[in-house]
Design a protein. Structure first.
Length: 216
């Protein structure tokens, strides 16, 4: 048993929280880019794009994130890819995030009145111009609140990366618990740090939602 003060525990958890934040940002930004590409492909109705996108979404939404992490960690190695826990977690969470974001954004694009599409077409705009100048600006206003809200789920989802050895907040809490034998104190600190990360994001999402509703 190692004698840790409360400050020592909290300081070590804060250091691990940096990796939680970093992994969350990579998953959210990477998932956003993949999700946007899938959204454009699906909205453009390219041949086969709608079925492929729907299958992609069903695959990653219909299977546990934990299984996806295991497959990324052990599966990439089968193809000769030198896989670290960091890479596997980033890949799995990026794909998982993109599957949810593309559905959120698809619903927001569908919420734009059909007359806006028709008006854009009447101006002889190309598909890309219709999206960029007419549809996406309106859909973005609707999408901001649920997108920011989903970031909370991404932050909490990073905790599962601990099962493949990635040392983020939850994994650090487990390691400190094994050294100190103070699980209640350590996991209380872990929960407090997750709350400190997620609560401001939740408040921001609610604030955005109120502003969007007030502007309609």
């Amino acid at each position: 048993m190692v004698d840790f003060s409360l400050w020592d525990i909290f300081r070590n958890l804060l250091l691990a929280a940096r990796w939680t934040v970093g992994l969350s940002l990579i998953a959210f930004i990477g998932g956003g880019l993949v999700g946007l590409a899938l959204l454009v492909a699906r909205t453009a109705r390219w041949p086969g794009a709608e079925r492929l996108t729907a299958g992609y979404v069903q695959l990653f939404q219909g299977t546990p994130l934990l299984m996806q992490l295991f497959l990324a960690y052990f599966g990439l190695a089968l193809f000769g890819v030198d896989t670290s826990a960091w890479m596997a977690a980033a890949v799995a969470l990026t794909l998982y995030t993109s599957a949810f974001l593309v559905e959120i954004w698809r619903g927001c694009v569908a919420a734009v009145p059909k007359g806006q599409w028709e008006a854009a077409q009447s101006l002889a705009l190309s598909f890309g111009e219709q999206l960029r100048h007419v549809i996406l600006p309106q859909a973005t206003r609707i999408a901001i609140a649920p997108t920011v809200g989903f970031l909370v789920q991404v932050v909490k989802g990073t905790a599962l990366a601990s099962v493949i050895g990635f040392v983020e907040l939850t994994k650090a809490g487990t390691m400190i618990t094994n050294a100190t034998f103070q699980p209640f104190l350590v996991y209380s600190c872990v929960a407090l740090l997750y709350f400190a990360l997620c609560f401001p994001v939740s408040l921001y999402a609610r604030s955005l939602e109120r502003k969007m509703n007030a502007n309609r």
